[in-house]
Design a protein around this ligand. Structure first.
Ligand code: SF4
Length: 478
């Protein structure tokens, strides 16, 4: 018998899990379920609301675990539309004796509804974890407009989403404050911020690509979003517009509204006339989230004439950091929903994220495991968003100190804060693996480091790690 390949492709139909298994939604009709107003009105924002939805079948231990996380660890507040809740433990009724353990193990629950026992006790945060780990605010050229790459910018139009993900990299700004994180707030009025963004783009002919994000653009009144996009389409140099919305998966009912479809058709027609590409970028992390309603909303968007719908997931241990899970997700997206698998980001170095993060070596292994199963154009790249550098494919590193878990990366352009920095293109920039993934000596080395509080100390630690490695190499070769 010849050995089987590590992954065996199987065509699978999408399934909308039966929401009537939840006691609170036993009487909910299909018309109600498919209504965005009903979905928004029944979002789960508190433990009390979660209890009401799940009924008495879930052990108290789970709720206590969740409550402790919200008090001591959570960087994002709880917010899930029923559509997302329904993709957790899809085949299990909440009164099933196995429901509590199934909920604990569920991949969507693990990132949308984190509990205290999910997180690492030894080192819940990396010493270099920061609130704005990508330093996007440092690179604001107008409030909420990050200019980090030569030809593209990120426009954060609003700080809210229809759902809040536990691992959100914009946890500094997005969502409601939690006991651990008092959120920053935009200072200027939205209308003034948008004016300043458009003004910057008009004055910057080198910028051709705008990621219109937040938060999630699904939380913006559509007429306001349409007006902003119309203004963007009038800027001659803008050739690509990407709308960031996890709600295409979390609240597909939003994108299925007649008003939204009609508006996107108008925008699609204008974009075509002007030779501009509009695409939607969504954020799906697990195959269980890809349901027929998600596919329907995607079809509706593609029918408006926009160029593409692409997925940017986040690679997380316990959620999807496994080749089979990633391939199942990619096939669900591309076969059944018309969504192009595009990127998987390594989870960023925000506070309390160590249990989700994987090492660069593991990301490289996963990238290798994905190769060859999907069409080349639909094979996602796993990328590391290196602070002060930007996205890099995980095999692009310049050097890798595996003992200390420090990878070194280079860049080929200056960000907006390095205009006069002569060494920006010759120095290396560090990224850090989770410490619990390191060999024992590497973990001990980190224990000896004092908690850093500045970039200067960070650089000193990198230099110390290099010196320690060089000394070990010299000793081994002498
Ligand atoms: S949808 Fe995006 S911006 Fe909103 S909470 Fe999730 S990761 Fe953050």
């Amino acid at each position: 018998m010849s050995p089987a390949d590590p992954y065996v492709y199987q065509a699978r139909e999408l399934v909308e899990p039966d929401w009537t298994r939840f006691p609170a939604w036993r009487q909910v009709t299909t018309a109600e379920w498919e209504s965005v107003q009903w979905q928004r009105a029944h979002c789960v924002k508190t433990i009390g609301q979660l209890r009401a939805v799940l009924g008495d079948g879930i052990n108290e231990r789970f709720y206590a675990d969740l409550e402790r996380d919200q008090a001591e660890r959570a960087t994002m507040s709880m917010l899930m539309p029923p559509q997302m809740v329904n993709t957790m433990v899809p085949g299990v009724a909440p009164n099933d004796p196995q429901a509590t353990e199934a909920l604990y193990a569920d991949p969507v629950r693990r990132y949308m509804l984190p509990v205290f026992s999910d997180r690492r006790i030894d080192r819940p945060s990396h010493p270099y974890a920061t609130r704005d780990s990508l330093h996007e605010q440092d690179m604001w050229v107008a409030e909420g407009l990050t200019h980090r790459y030569p030809t593209k910018v990120l426009a954060e139009l609003l700080p809210t989403c229809p759902q809040y993900c536990g691992h959100c990299t914009r946890m500094d700004l997005v969502g409601n404050s939690t006991p651990q994180v008092i959120k920053l707030r935009f200072g200027a009025k939205p209308v003034d911020r948008y004016d300043a963004m458009i003004d910057y783009l008009r004055r910057s002919p080198g910028v051709r690509d705008v990621v219109v994000s937040g938060g999630d653009v699904a939380n913006m009144p559509f007429t306001n979003l349409e007006r902003f996009l119309e203004r963007l389409l009038e800027v001659d140099n803008i050739r690509d517009i990407r709308l960031a919305t996890k709600a295409l998966m979390g609240l597909p009912q939003h994108w299925l509204q007649a008003e939204v479809r009609a508006g996107m058709e108008r925008l699609g027609a204008t974009a075509r006339d002007r030779g501009v590409q509009i695409a939607i970028h969504t954020h799906v992390n697990h195959a269980n989230s890809v349901t027929p309603l998600v596919a329907k909303a995607t079809r509706a968007m593609l029918d408006t004439g926009i160029r593409d719908v692409r997925n940017q997931g986040v690679l997380m241990a316990g959620v999807n950091a496994d080749a089979s899970q990633l391939l199942d997700l990619c096939f669900a997206l591309t076969d059944r929903a018309g969504i192009l698998p595009y990127y998987f980001y390594m989870c960023d170095m925000i506070p309390f994220s160590e249990h989700w993060r994987v090492s660069v070596a593991e990301a490289q292994r996963l990238q290798h495991a994905l190769m060859g199963y999907l069409p080349g154009f639909a094979t996602p790249r796993i990328v590391c968003d290196v602070p002060f550098v930007g996205k890099r494919w995980v095999h692009q590193l310049a050097d890798y100190d595996r003992e200390h878990g420090i990878s070194y990366w280079t860049k080929n352009y200056r960000t907006s804060i390095e205009r006069d920095d002569l060494e920006a293109l010759t120095r290396t920039y560090a990224y850090y693996d989770p410490i619990h993934t390191l060999p024992t000596e590497g973990q001990r080395w980190w224990e000896r480091q004092t908690a850093p509080d500045s970039r200067r100390q960070q650089v000193a630690a990198e230099q110390a790690a290099r010196a320690s490695r060089q000394a070990a190499t010299a000793q081994a070769s002498s």
